[in-house]
Design a protein around this ligand. Sequence first.
Ligand SMILES: Cc1cc2nc3c(=O)[nH]c(=O)nc-3n(C[C@H](O)[C@H](O)[C@H](O)COP(=O)(O)OP(=O)(O)OC[C@H]3O[C@@H](n4cnc5c(N)ncnc54)[C@H](O)[C@@H]3O)c2cc1C
Length: 495
Amino acid sequence: MAEPELVDVVVVGLGVGGEEVAGRLAEAGLSVVGVERDLVGGECPYWGCIPSKMMIRAANALAEARRVDGLAGSAQVRADWAPVAKRIREEATDTWNDRAAVDRFTGKGGRFLRGSGRLDGPGRVRVGDQVFQARRGIVLGTGTRPSIPPIDGLAGTPYWTNHQAIEVAELPATLLIIGGGAIGLELAQVFARFGVGVTVLEASGRVLALEEPESSEVAAAALRADGVEIATEVKIERVGHDDDTFTVYAAGDRSFSAEKLLVVTGRRAHLDELGLDTVGVDATQRYLPVDDRMHVTDGIWAVGDVTGEGAFTHIAMYQASIVVADVLDRARRAEGGPDASGTASVVGGAMGAASAVGGSMGAAGPSGAAGTVPRADYRALPRVTFTDPEVGAVGLTERQARERGINVQVGFTELSSSTRGWIHGGEPGGFIKVIADADQGVLIGATSVGPAGGEVLSALVVAVHAAVPVSQLRHMIYAYPTFHRAIQSALNDLS
Ligand SMILES: Cc1cc2nc3c(=O)[nH]c(=O)nc-3n(C[C@H](O)[C@H](O)[C@H](O)COP(=O)(O)OP(=O)(O)OC[C@H]3O[C@@H](n4cnc5c(N)ncnc54)[C@H](O)[C@@H]3O)c2cc1C
C-alpha cells in the first residue's frame, strides 16, 4: 500500500461549494488537494443555474417581444434555438470543458487531481492509488445527482435528465416533463416559448408543491398561457419507448406521449460511494447531516447539496465561507496563534512553505465579524423559481408556520392592485404574501411573485434575516411606483 502523503486539507468534489473552499484555503496558504471526477465547478455552471438562466433570458426576450402587440405596435417574432445553444456552448460552458476552472484553482496554489475521492480511515482520502493524510481536515462537497424514480420501463430508455436538456442543440417537437418543481417548470416554459409542445406531469395536486398554493396557481396559469399542458395527480405506472416516441401510462387510464422525456424529480446524494463507514459515519442516510459549522464528524466538514440543507448555489457558497473560517481558525489555534478574532498567524504548511494564513481575510476572519466563526442559520433561506413571473420565497410558508404552532398573521396583496403592477399590465400576474409571528411582531416568511419577484424578494429576506419589527417595516418609505412598494400593502393587510 502506498505511503500516505501529508497535506493540510483534501477537498473531495469541486462543485460550487468544494471549489470555493479549496480555492480560498489554498489562497490562504494551506496545502490543499482538490479532487474532482468530472468538471470543476460542478452542476451549476455546466448543467444548472447558469446555462438554464441563459435559456430563460432568451425565452423571456421572446415573450417580451410577443407583448409588443397591443402595447407598442406590432412585432413578428421567429424563435431560433441556435443562438441559445451556441451561447451555452461557447460562453457558459466552453463546450463542457473546465480548463479555466482548473487553472483558476491551481493559480491560487491548490493541487488538482482528476479522479474519485474516497475516505480511507480517519484523516485519509484515497484517489486511485494515491492516499493523502489530511492534517487540518477533509471537506466533502460531492453534491447530488438526479433522483430517478423506479418507474417500470424507464431504465434503459434514452430519457433526459437536466444534462441532456441543457446540452440540447436541436429542439424536439414535443416533450414530456416528469416533475413540476422549480427545474421542471423553468425548463417547461423555456422550451414552450421556443415552440416545443410541452406537457408537465406532476404527482401531487399542484406544481411547485413546496411553495405557497397561490404561487402554484400563478405559475400554472402563466405556463398554460405559454401553451404548456399541466397534468396533476399523475400516478405513473409505466413508461414505454419506441423509436421516436415516449409514452407515459398513469393510473386511471391516463397516458401521455411525446418525442422526448425529461425526468426532473429531485436530486439524491450518493453517500455509499464515499467510504463513510471507514470513519464511523452512517452511509445509508439520505444526506450528510452537519452541525452549524458544517462538521460531519471530527476532522470532516461537508458543504453544498450533500448536506441536504437546500439545493442552491447560494447555500453551498454560504456554507463554504463558514468552513473556510472554521478550518483557518483551527489552524491558527493549533499553531498557538489567536482565534478568529486575533491577527493572522504564520502557519508553516506541510509542504514547508511558511505562509500567512488569513492573508487578505484580515484580522477579523473571513466572516468579517471579529471574535467568532459564524454559525449557519437557515431561517432566511431565499429561493427563486425563475419562471415568468418569478416566484421568490423566503423562510416559512403559511402552512409550515401553522404546523409549528406559531401564532400566524398573513398579509396578501395582488401586484395588479399596485400602481406599478397596473401600469405593467395583467401579464404575467403576481402578488406579495407575508407571514408574521404575531407574538414576536416580525416576519418569518414571505413570497414575492411577479416580473421581478426574485429581486423584490431581497427586501423581504432582510426583514426575515434581521427580524425587523413589522411596525418598522410599515413605516419605511417605499419608492413609487415600484413593484416592491406592494410589500407595504401586504404588511398593511396583516391580520
Ligand atoms: C437545472 C438546474 C438549475 C439550477 N438552478 C439554480 C439556480 O438558479 N440557483 C441556485 O441557487 N441553484 C440552482 N441549481 C442548484 C445548484 O446547481 C446546486 O445547488 C449546486 O450546484 C450545488 O453545488 P455543490 O457544490 O453542492 O454540488 P455539485 O455542483 O453537484 O458538485 C459536486 C461535485 O462533486 C463531484 N464529485 C462527487 N463525488 C465525487 C467523488 N467521490 N470524488 C470526486 N468528485 C466527486 C461531482 O462530479 C461534482 O462536480 C440548479 C440545479 C439544476 C440541476
